[in-house]
Design a protein around this ligand. Structure first.
Ligand code: NI
Ligand code: MN
Length: 221
């Protein structure tokens, strides 16, 4: 069984067996989260913005984990002590815990120093038969309709904070188009520009008949 933990912002830990995968590891957002306690083998980054790269480099060093990201990001973060797997859009990537595919996100991607970060991505994971779609930062796109048909995601992690990504109303449509039975909102309330009305989101999702899980990073164990 895959165990999904919301660290905060867009950061998640997926635990499968004795291994853990981190996505968009801005772990600094949650002082209660202790990455040192987890056996992290792989780190995935959706795009180069600092709220998604987070502490990837230091975690990769400490845990001897591999950073998986598009070429521009992987190459920028690689050094003697950081293993990387530079990839790009379009194919299943195999791991001993399952597989993943990078898909396009409609967003920009550059590092804080202005270095080009390649294309922004969403990432779809297939872990023990559970398909988890991490949207990264993106607007609503009809691509989601195709993902429903091709990938049949079970769980969708969707940004709802607006300004830089989809907002609540668009995320509700995204959930419907993706056809995921469970939706977990992310990328909201971390800073003033991305305040979201969670009650409105829950209400709209109810109409949609989709299970919506609001995960509270404060409850992390
Ligand atoms: Ni971004
Ligand atoms: Mn962001």
């Amino acid at each position: 069984m895959v165990d999904l933990k919301y660290i905060g912002h867009s950061a998640f830990e997926f635990k499968t067996g004795d291994k853990s995968i981190l996505v968009d590891p801005l772990v600094s957002v949650n002082p209660k989260y202790d990455y040192k306690a987890a056996n992290i083998t792989d780190i995935f980054i959706t795009h180069a913005h600092s709220d998604h790269v987070g502490q990837a480099q230091e975690i990769a060093k400490e845990k001897k984990a591999t950073i998986n990201a598009v070429v521009e990001i992987a190459n920028k973060l690689a050094d003697k002590k950081v293993k990387t797997r530079p990839v790009n859009l379009g194919s299943w990537l195999n791991y001993d815990w399952g597989r993943a595919i990078f898909l396009p996100a409609y967003h920009s991607s550059s590092f804080e120093d202005g270095t080009y970060g390649g294309i922004a991505t969403s990432i779809l994971f297939d872990i023990e038969g559970v398909r988890i779609f991490h949207a990264g930062d993106t607007c609503l796109t009809p691509d989601f309709k195709a993902y429903k048909e091709i990938y049949r995601p079970n769980i969708a992690l969707l940004p709802i904070g607006g300004t830089y990504t989809m907002d609540v109303e668009h995320a509700v449509v995204a959930a419907e188009w993706l056809g995921a039975k469970t939706v977990i909102p992310m990328h909201y309330n971390t800073f003033p520009e991305i305040q979201a009305d969670l009650n409105k989101f829950l209400q709209l999702m109810q109409v949609n008949n989709t299970k919506c899980c609001i995960l509270n990073p404060e409850e992390i164990k």
